[in-house]
Design a protein around this ligand. Sequence first.
Ligand code: FE
Length: 205
Amino acid sequence: MPHDTHDHPHALLPPDPALRVRALETILTEKGLIDPAALDEIIDTYEHKIGPQNGAKVVAKMWTDPAFREAMLTDPMPLLDEMGFYGRQGEHMVIVENTPQVHNVVVCTLCSCYPWPLLGIPPGWYKSDAYRARVVREPRAVLAEFGVTVPADKKVRVWDSTAEIRYLVVPERPAGTEGMTVAELEKLVSRNSMIGTALATEPTT
Ligand code: FE
């Protein structure tokens, strides 16, 4: 299976991506190939029902449930299926855990492969040429630009996504969160922390 469809600039279509999408939607609708209502439904699903809140649920549960954590690190798909976080662009997940020794960060160097069922739609920077090229060559510099300074004695591991395998980073659980509920912990887990370009949010005291 190939990677996600890449951009192929076409002379007949407007240069602006939004206009291009609009033009394509119009053509496909006129030809009866798509139903605009079905398209709206898909967009609504990814905007409101699927997003980083799903990934955050997984992370907070891993932080608080050692058996679940162990299972997620070894064989996540049955559990993700059970939680309802299975679907397109997330059929084969690998969960990578940050530790005091290792910081993980995810990229798709070829295009923009991303774990949709857990994180929703990828942010613009994730799809940018600069991020995709630079995070592999100089991950520490790129992470610093995101505000994440990785100590010299900590390893940085970069995971390159493919159409088959998508990665989710489990950020380290911040100190001072021992008494927090799972629901409170979920709020500390941002989208970027699950890509590896942020840490989990420190609890406010
Ligand atoms: Fe890709």
